[in-house]
Design a protein around this ligand. Structure first.
Ligand code: C2E
Ligand code: CA
Ligand code: CA
Length: 613
């Protein structure tokens, strides 16, 4: 019994497979080659060996991994061993177990297999559950002897209990020291970086890093709010167990973020057999039965091929997260890192932060104004406000670009607010100087809510501008997608007296019935048709018939994109009310507007043409 040969880390006995995710706890899965590296663990084992006078001590984790000590020294691993069911029972129980003599014990006497540990039979067995300070139960500390005992004294019981709690404290300490995640007991991020570096320096030129993201962060936070931390911890252990069941047996899994795992796979031709990856995704998409409550996650598996050079100064986890993030949104569920996409996302992220700052300070933003000409009189009747962003290093960022960015990043509300405030104040100033013009503003679909009506009213009141001097331009697709609710908002805007224009008409898919129902006052024919008029008789026909139709439906018709005198002449002959375009004026800064208005009191118009002709 005191011999040490053949005592090694034990494995599950066949037929004692995990029954719950907790039982699948991947505790120290990769530690079969290492010792249980808890600070002070050896000393605790020696202490318990001495105070109880037992030759054999084992720490059995509830995953089934076991660490054996004979006479206070660790017994190294020597291949998989079968663990007697009693050890697993003890490891998964929250109560201490004592068997004074296995030959006298009803449960063990006639049971097969007989209680053994390694080569010899065990007569005395006692265990004490091991839990961390955070309440996580990780297994049991077991002491054994080949001789039976009459009783376990009070001081022996205390010694065993103290030893178990010291080990629990050590587990917490170990995660503190940076190698192990306290929830899954898997090695964590620092260990991942260390091991990846070693792997690439010593073993291989290339490696595949694989990352598993459990759920989008917002979804996971909402889930914790609803279910609590104990549930989410359990879920993370269950996900780890499924991933472990998939990765090659000699590969470590790391818990690298609250909802993220990673592993380093050898440089095999991973992508030659994508069915393996599909299989992982399929396993993770199966519902989890977590503490009796079923849950489905939205996993994303990211892959990154990396070499030692790329590792230097780089953050492979950031890169592979990029792929796992993209994978979460994709039907396939896994994705390989794409440098171009990453660059774009980084640029976009930086730009969003800078746009937010620009909106805060206002210094880099500006508005340009483009005149709208009444074709009957040749007079400028309105100006359209167009946002400009002058980025300190990138220069002028096109509005089509940063408006889309603001929409995606949830900044549209602030941008529109800034535009409304600035342009209405400017309109009030022009009005005071005697310029009788109106203002049109571009509004995005994300602005179209009850708040918009209130904001518009407040701005107009603040600057003493009548709402009938303002027109809001919505793109055709925004107005097409409207629901009963947005329809009510649009009607409210109309009732306040402000105009509503359908912008870029012709680029969406409105049918005539939808067009008739739009609570709009103005229709702007998209510049793509107008610009084509000079060269394409089709475009000319389209503009002419759309203008006719829109006019007959009661809309005021505006043609935008009038770039040449010829096009201007043609639209004079059509059922159009206003024109706008580079031929008339480029969008200009506010300071140039009064001089332009003075210099262009009357452009060629129907009246002028008639009088002139
Ligand atoms: P849009 O509302 O259709 O504005 C007209 C765009 O066409 C402007 O581009 C204008 O400079 C340009 N343009 C005007 N006349 C001509 C012409 O004759 N030929 C050509 N080729 N182009 C002409 P810009 O300023 O680059 O704005 C692009 C788009 O960005 C706008 O299209 C609008 O959808 C959006 N946008 C601009 N400012 C704002 C804003 O403050 N809020 C919102 N939501 N969107 C804005
Ligand atoms: Ca517009
Ligand atoms: Ca337009």
């Amino acid at each position: 019994m005191r011999t040490t040969t053949g005592w090694g880390p034990g494995q599950h006995a066949a037929g004692h497979q995990a029954t719950s995710p907790a039982a699948d706890l991947p505790v120290e899965q990769a530690a079969s080659a290492d010792s249980f590296a808890v600070p002070g663990f050896d000393a605790v084992v020696r202490l318990v060996t001495r105070s109880l006078g037992v030759p054999l001590v084992a720490l059995v984790l509830n995953s089934g991994a076991a660490y054996w000590f004979a006479d206070g020294n660790e017994v190294p691993a020597s291949g998989p061993r079968t663990l007697h069911p009693l050890f697993l029972q003890a490891a998964r129980s929250l109560a201490p177990h004592v068997v004074l003599d296995a030959l006298d014990d009803e449960r063990l006497r006639d049971a097969s297999p007989p209680l053994t540990a390694g080569p010899g039979p065990v007569r005395f067995f006692a265990s004490e559950p091991v839990g961390t300070l955070t309440g996580l139960h990780i297994g049991a500390l077991c002491v054994m002897d080949s001789q039976p005992r009459a009783q376990l004294s009070e001081s022996e019981q205390t010694a065993l209990r103290d030893a178990a709690s010291l080990i629990g404290a050590g587990v917490v300490l170990r995660s503190y020291l940076g190698r192990t995640d306290p929830i899954t007991q898997l090695p964590h991020r620092y260990a991942f970086f260390d091991d990846l570096r070693k792997h690439l320096q010593e073993d291989a030129h290339h490696a595949w890093v694989i990352a598993v993201d459990v759920a989008p962060v917002q979804r996971f936070n909402a889930f914790i709010r609803a279910m609590g931390h104990a549930y989410s911890d359990e879920l993370m252990r269950a996900v780890a167990a499924r991933t472990l069941a998939w990765i090659p047996p000699d590969t470590r899994l790391y818990h690298v973020g609250p909802t993220r795992f990673a592993a380093v796979l050898p440089d095999h031709h991973l992508l030659d057999d994508t069915a393996r990856l599909d299989d992982l995704v399929a396993r993770l998409r199966q519902p989890f039965d977590c503490l009796g409550i079923p849950i489905t996650i939205q996993p994303g598996v990211g892959l990154l091929k990396i070499n030692a050079n790329e590792l230097r100064g780089g953050d492979p986890l950031r890169l592979v997260m990029n792929a796992s993030y993209a994978a979460q949104q994709s039907p396939r569920g896994w994705a390989v890192y794409n440098r171009l996409q990453d660059e774009q996302q980084r640029q976009e992220f930086l730009l969003v932060t800078e746009l937010a700052a620009a909106l805060n300070e206002g210094a880099e933003l500006d508005l340009h104004y483009q005149p709208r000409i009444d074709l009957d009189t040749g007079r400028c009747v309105a100006v359209e406000a167009l946002a400009r962003w002058h980025h300190p290093t990138l220069g002028a960022v096109p509005p089509a670009h940063f408006v889309a960015l603001a929409e995606r990043a949830g900044l549209m509300h602030s941008l529109t607010q800034w535009v409304m405030e600035r342009s209405v104040a400017q309109l009030a100033a022009w009005r005071r100087d005697g310029h009788d013009i109106k203002l049109s503003l571009n509004v995005s679909s994300t602005d179209l809510d009850a708040d918009l009506v209130t904001r518009l009213q407040a701005v107009a009141e603040r600057h003493k501008i009548g709402l009938d001097s303002l027109e809001l331009e919505f793109t055709e697709s925004t107005l097409m997608e409207h629901s009963a609710l947005t329809r009510r908002h649009l009607t409210a805007i109309r009732q306040l007296g402000a105009g509503i224009a359908i912008d870029d008409f012709g680029t969406g898919y409105s049918n005539l019935a939808a067009l008739r129902q739009m609570p709009a006052t103005t229709l702007k024919i998209d510049q793509s048709f107008v610009r084509g008029m000079g060269t394409s008789p089709h475009d000319e026909a389209i503009v002419r018939s759309v203008a006719n139709l829109a006019r007959n439906m009661g809309f005021r018709v505006v043609v935008e994109g009038v770039e040449t005198a010829t096009i201007y002449e043609s639209v004079l002959g059509m059922a159009c009310d206003e024109a706008q375009g580079f031929h008339i004026a480029y969008p200009m800064p506010s300071c140039d507007v009064p001089a332009w208005l003075a210099a262009h009191e009357a452009l060629p118009s129907r009246r002028a043409v008639r009088w002139g002709g």
